[in-house]
Ligand binder design. Structure first.
Ligand SMILES: [Zn+2]
Length: 259
């Protein structure tokens, strides 16, 4: 039986058959992986039954005809403190769901692996429970970095209609593809696109900051709750237009954060 070894982040664990669990993870060497873990008792712990999201583990996976099985699992880091905090759990959980939905098996990307690492580290460094607005901003910032890494980099610098820079004034975000345009340019196509979202310059500035700076920097960013909400909404507008490779099970969690 062919085996595969990898150092992974556990992204999801869900019931599979009566006593087993299906584990979804992202490996340094192999990208997105799935494997069935036997039971959850101490006896079967070495076969991955104890693996839960956010753990970092060394896995040996046995390739099977119908599904792959986790043959050996050794936990490298538990990240227990993270799982004990509800705010952190919501941000990381929603991010993992989006991450899974945007990944294709067989594509290995060291930048995506590093991003998972960065998200966990940044959320771990939170001094206290972040406000709801800051949690959403954190999720939005991490998601924007993910979109950049998988090639859906949204345009934050130039108008999608006239291609001039988006500097001052007010902007609109088009519902058809999430692109941002000058309010004057929007007037010309308003009849065809009646439902564009409002974008204030500060939202655009915050989104650019989130793209440029490490995720942890969004924890130091000062601003009003409304500016955080506006920036998050702008980024969610991009996420909504991104083609998902699979139905995200946790879209509800993401929806919670997007609301
Ligand atoms: Zn324009």
């Amino acid at each position: 039986m062919p085996y595969l070894r990898d150092h992974v982040f556990i992204l999801k664990s869900e019931p599979f058959r009566e006593h087993d669990r299906r584990i979804v993870c992202y490996g340094k060497q192999h990208g997105l992986l799935e494997g069935v873990a036997r039971g959850a008792s101490a006896r079967t712990a070495k076969q991955g039954g104890h693996l839960v999201p956010m753990m970092e583990a060394d896995l040996m996976i046995a390739r099977g005809t119908h599904f792959d099985k986790i043959a050996v699992a050794r936990v490298v880091a538990h990240h227990r403190e993270l799982r004990a905090r509800l705010g952190a759990l919501a941000v990381v959980g929603a991010f993992f769901d989006l991450f899974i939905a945007l990944q294709r098996p067989g594509i290995v990307d060291p930048d995506c692996y590093a991003l998972l690492e960065e998200v966990l580290k940044s959320v771990e460094s939170l001094p206290a429970e972040p406000s709801r607005e800051r949690s959403r901003l954190l999720f939005a910032g991490a998601s924007l970095k993910l979109l950049d890494r998988i090639g859906f980099a949204p345009q934050l610098a130039r108008c999608a209609l006239c291609h001039d820079e988006l500097n001052d004034g007010e902007f609109r975000q088009l519902a058809r593809d999430g692109s941002v345009v000058h309010v004057d340019c929007y007037r010309d196509i308003r009849a065809m696109e009646p439902n564009a979202g409002y974008v204030v310059p500060q939202a655009l500035m915050i989104a650019r900051f989130l793209r440029r700076e490490p995720i942890a920097a969004s924890l130091l960013l000062s601003g009003t709750s409304q500016s955080f909400i506006d920036a998050s909404e702008l980024i969610f507008g991009f996420i909504r237009q991104t083609p998902l490779f699979r139905e995200p099970h946790g879209m509800r969690t993401i929806g919670e954060l997007m609301r």
